[in-house]
Every structure is written in C-alpha cells, then in structure tokens.
Write a protein of this length. Structure first.
Length: 619
C-alpha cells in the first residue's frame, strides 16, 4: 500500500480483504469520482484509477474491464502490461474485444482459478461493469443463469496466488472479480448472500469532511477567488449534503462559466439543484423588498380582519428576503425559504393569505400550488404526492408534488386543512421541513429550498371526544370577549393535536414559532366582506348582461342582517354561502323571469321570505 496516499474506507476494505475474498460487489455511489488525499495535495480520480492506485502496489499487473456495450478491454492503457493481460484473457487486447456472457465466463474462470501466473508475474483483476444490467426483471434467461453459476463456482474454487513479500512477509492474494452495481440485490441473492467468498461493499455518498477536502481541491478552478480556500470549502460542504463529488465538480464548473465568485457559490448550488441556470431567484434582489413594502399597506385590505396575522406574515417574509430564515441552524441552506402554519376558524382568510404571499413574492398567483389534504385521508393516498413505489403501477410517472416542484421550484406550496390527511402522510413532511428535499418513486430527488411551505388547519377549534362526538372549544363570542385567551386556547389545542392525536411532536417542533393564529371575523369585517361580494355580483351583471343593479339602503340592511350578523362562525365562506341562498338565487330567478333588455336598470327595494324561500322586490 502506498503509505503517502490516504484511501477511502471502502477502498481500504478491499486492500485488507483481497487475501481472503475472491469477489467483491461494489454498489451505491459507483459512478462518482474518488477523493485521494496525499501528503501534499488531494486529487479527484475515477473509480478505476482509484482502484489501480490502491492495488498496483500489491503486485497486480493490470485490470480486465468488461461491460455489455464495449466488451473486454485492458486497463491501464500501457503497452508494457498487455502481454500478461493478453495471456490471461487469451485475446489481443490492443483494442476492446466484443464478448458475450459465455465467453466472459471463460475469462472469469481463467482470471479467478487458472490464470497460470507465477509469483513474479503479478496478479490480474476482472471488473464487470454495469453488472446491474445483466439480469433484468422477470425470469432469468438460461445463458444469464449459467454465467452467474460459473461466477459462483469460480468464487468457491479460487485460491490465493503467491505474491512478492510485503514488509518482509510472504502473502497470498486472490485475483479478484469486482462487480459494479447500483444495488447489491441486482445480482442473484445466492451469489451475494450464500457465498462466504463474496463480499458486498457499499460506496456511500461523500460525507462533510470529504466534501470539504474536495472543495479545497476544486477552489483552484474558480476564476474569481474572492475568499480563501478554507472559507469556500466550508460553505460548499455545508450546502451539498447528499451530493456526489461529481455534483461538486459540476457546481464549480457552472460557477466558472457564469462568472460566479467563490463567495457566491451558494448561487451556483441553487442553480444546479433546480436544473435551470437561467432562473433568477425572486428571494434575492430589490424587487421582493419593494413588493413587501407595498404589501404593508395592501395586504390588510386583501385579508380583512387579521392585523396580527398580516404583521407576522410580513415579518417572516422580511426575514426570508434578507436570508435570515433559519439562520440559527448550522445548515439551513437546503431547507425551505420559509414555513408557515395558519391556524384558526374556517373562512377567515388562511387560504387567501397563501395566495397573497405567492403574489407578493413571485408577482404571480399561479406560483401558488394547493393540495386539499382531505383528498389524502387514506394511507396509500400519499403515493399521489411522491409517486408509487417501484414495482407498483405508475411508479415511473412520479408524484403530483415532486413533479410540480421539479417543473417550477420557485413557488408557494399550500397543504390545506392538514388535519384531514392520514397520519402517515404527515411523516413525508418531516424530510421536507428538515432537509428541504423529497425523493419520488423513480428515485429522483427534488428540492424545496426555493419554496415557501404553508400549512392550514382548523385544529384546536374543536375537540373529538372518546365517544366520537365533536365538542367546540372556541366560539366567536369567546374571541371577541378576550382575544388573548382565545389565542392561548387555540395554541393549546394545536399542541394537543400534534402530541395526543397525531403523536407527531417532532412535526410541531419543526414548525417552531411560525404558527400564525387567525381570529374570527367581526361584524365590521363581515360588512366589508359582504360589500365586496355584492359589488362582484353587480360587476358581473354589468359585464355579462349590461344591467345596472341598485340596492336601496333598506334592502342592503336586510341583506346585511341575514348574511353578516346572524352567524359568523364560518367566516367569509359562510357569508358567501348565505348570500348565495338569500340573494343570488332569488336574483337569478328574477332576471330569468323579467328578461330585461341591455342597458336596463334594476333597483332592489325589499327582501322578503315566505316558507323558507326568499324573494326580491324591485322597481
């Protein structure tokens, strides 16, 4: 072993076990570059190059590498080593040789069992690349089965070959067979599990220390090194959790192409994650600041009667716009831009607030993606979000949530009435809130680091008793009488819901202090909401029928008492439902009967009720 080189653990395992194991199954992160750390500098090399640097000092003469596309070839491309490799393979490997499984089985046996090399000849390694593709799904073909049986038999019959002494000690080493697979179970279980001569070794994604060292090696590739190598490597390592070294190289290449300075490497990481280098984050820049300033005066008009909620939402948007969202955490860059939990009665503006936030941040309400969680009451319905697991119908189509985020990563994602979803589905949100990512049924990862996540809930308003009955915990009069006590009661109800009903305190913990309480609407707010709805009806008549509708003061007062005074427990949504019953339906009947010509005027003077049916009097 080269004492001046530090190898990753999986490579050290091969070095230590090549004297007692005949075959190795390398799985996982096999397509990544490998970081080799030396006394003076670190280098990034291919998997084959890393294996060669580790095994050549043990006396190996070279590698034979096979895959079903290129056939058999020699490595390294050194003419001085070809005679030995040609002798073992019984082929001329000056150029790659096409080879089917039957011929490969012969070569495998010659390498592992009967290479005929002496202790002075050096060993040979056979690498079978893309081994996951040899056997597909379904019944194993006869030639494939014969090949794997030949490999199993070779593992049992192989014996260590004498090698030159290492450190004064004679040593016997196998001529190993290395299988490169995505997963260990891509090979027959009876080859990998039932054979003591075969060792499975997973290759993990690089840890934080490896990413730091890789970042140090990549720093030199940036044209604008406005921070030192230590600072750059530390930031890059913290932003690239669960990424490969190849991904780090691509990020640095992207930064170099776009002229991104070392201090702004986070921009390159985000561009790489979303897969579109042309997209500019709306979370940065002066436009968001200006829209938030404008929203300070307009948001209260759009979401009426919720001044405290408006203030808290704007505070969170301000915090997010200057990059302080989650700043107390060590690695917050991968998390969503913000997380909000809107709690309160129905119909008080929670969903409307989510739409308003999308308009403020992105200047476009279409950037608002809503999921009605009442549609996810069954445990299996969670597959709609991320896609069915492999092996199930439709797994290759992905999920509604993951597909939408992949297409448009800059958006507001609303999970409406979260308490109606199945408890198991809520577990999926833990990874989103903590790591800012989800993996769909196809194995592809999407990121939420440019999204704002909003949950709405009526939790805490009512309490389900052991006998199944529902007890109302808070009513509008409780809120009007003591708003602070109402808020405390609602927060306790939310706490009990997560701890006792869901038994998911960790989810509540991730929401932190981002719970925004919405209050019942007052009569004054109800009046404003009613005025807006009535004006919408008048505008519709103007646009579609060219009819001008006038409401007398007496008529409007009757309408207000019916819709905006009697019962405000259902908020604005309840006002709209009542308005439809006592006003819009009678108005439709009246217009249908009168058949007024265009440019007509209709004055409503009185609202009458007879046997549960409302009628409109007019002039």
């Amino acid at each position: 072993m080269n004492q001046n080189q530090v190898y990753p653990k999986w490579l050290r395992d091969i070095i230590q076990l090549v004297n007692i194991r005949a075959q190795f199954v390398l799985s996982g992160n096999i397509r990544d570059s490998v970081l080799l750390t030396g006394e003076k500098a670190s280098q990034l090399v291919s998997l084959q190059a890393a294996l060669w640097q580790a095994l050549e000092p043990l006396g190996y003469q070279g590698f034979l590498i096979w895959d079903m596309v290129d056939g058999l070839r020699a490595y390294p491309p050194d003419p001085a080593r070809l005679p030995r490799l040609n002798a073992v393979s019984d082929l001329d490997l000056a150029h790659p040789q096409p080879m089917r499984l039957g011929a490969l089985a012969t070569v495998l046996r010659r390498v592992a069992v009967s290479s005929g090399l002496t202790s002075t000849d050096g060993g040979v390694v056979l690498i079978i690349d893309y081994a996951s593709r040899i056997h597909g799904e379904g019944r194993m073909a006869d030639d494939v089965r014969e090949f794997f049986v030949a490999a199993e038999k070779a593992a049992l019959e192989a014996r260590p070959q004498p090698r030159p002494s290492v450190g004064g000690r004679p040593r016997g080493l196998f001529n190993p067979i290395l299988w490169l697979t995505q997963r260990p179970n891509d090979l027959p279980y009876w080859l990998t599990l039932d054979n003591e001569r075969v060792r499975s070794i997973p290759l993990p994604l690089p840890d934080a220390d490896t990413r730091y060292k890789a970042g140090s090696a990549l720093w030199a590739r940036l044209p604008n090194k406005d921070v030192n190598v230590e600072s750059f490597a530390k930031v890059l390592a913290s932003l690239t959790n669960n990424m490969s070294i190849n991904a780090l190289q691509d990020i640095v290449a992207l930064a170099s192409q776009q002229g991104i300075a070392a201090s702004d490497i986070a921009d390159a990481v985000q561009s790489y994650r979303i897969g579109d280098t042309t997209m500019k984050s709306p979370w940065r820049g002066d436009q968001l600041r200006q829209r938030i300033i404008q929203a300070e005066s307009s948001l209260g008009e759009r979401v009426k009667g919720q001044p405290q909620a408006v203030t808290k939402v704007l505070d969170i948007l301000k915090r997010t716009s200057i990059g302080l969202s989650g700043a107390q955490a060590n690695a917050s860059a991968s998390r969503p831009r913000g997380v909000l939990f809107f709690a309160g009665p129905t119909g008080v503006g929670k969903t409307e607030m989510a739409k308003a936030i999308a308009d403020i941040v992105f200047g476009d309400e279409s950037a608002y993606l809503r999921f009605d969680m009442s549609e996810f009451s069954a445990e299996h319905s969670g597959d709609r979000l991320i896609g069915a697991p492999p092996g199930y119908v439709g797994f290759d189509q992905g999920g509604e949530l993951t597909n939408a985020m992949r297409e448009r990563p800059f958006r507001v994602v609303l999970f409406d009435e979260i308490e109606k979803a199945h408890n198991r589905i809520l577990d999926k949100f833990l990874q989103v809130l903590e790591d800012g990512r989800l993996t769909d049924g196809r194995g592809e990862t999407v990121y939420f680091s440019e999204a704002l996540i909003i949950f709405t809930s009526n939790a805490g308003i009512s309490l389900r008793l052991p006998n199944g009955e529902v007890q109302i915990r808070v009513r509008p009069e409780d809120d009007y009488r003591n708003p602070e006590e109402f808020e405390q009661t609602l927060r306790k109800g939310i706490h009990d819901y997560f701890h006792l009903d869901l038994r998911r305190p960790e989810l509540l913990n991730r929401l932190g202090e981002n719970i925004v309480i919405f209050h019942f609407i007052t009569e004054e707010v109800a009046r404003k909401i009613l005025e807006g709805m009535v004006e919408n009806v008048r505008q519709r008549l103007r646009e579609e029928h060219e009819i001008e509708m006038v409401l007398t003061q007496d008529f409007y007062e009757q309408l207000r008492k019916e819709c905006a005074v009697k019962d405000l427990s259902n908020g604005g949504r309840g006002i709209g439902s009542k308005l439809e019953a006592v006003f819009i339906n009678p108005l439709a009947r009246l217009l249908f009967r009168l058949e007024l010509p265009k440019n007509s005027s209709l004055t409503l003077t009185e609202l009458r009720e007879s046997k549960g049916t409302h009628e409109l009097c007019y002039t």
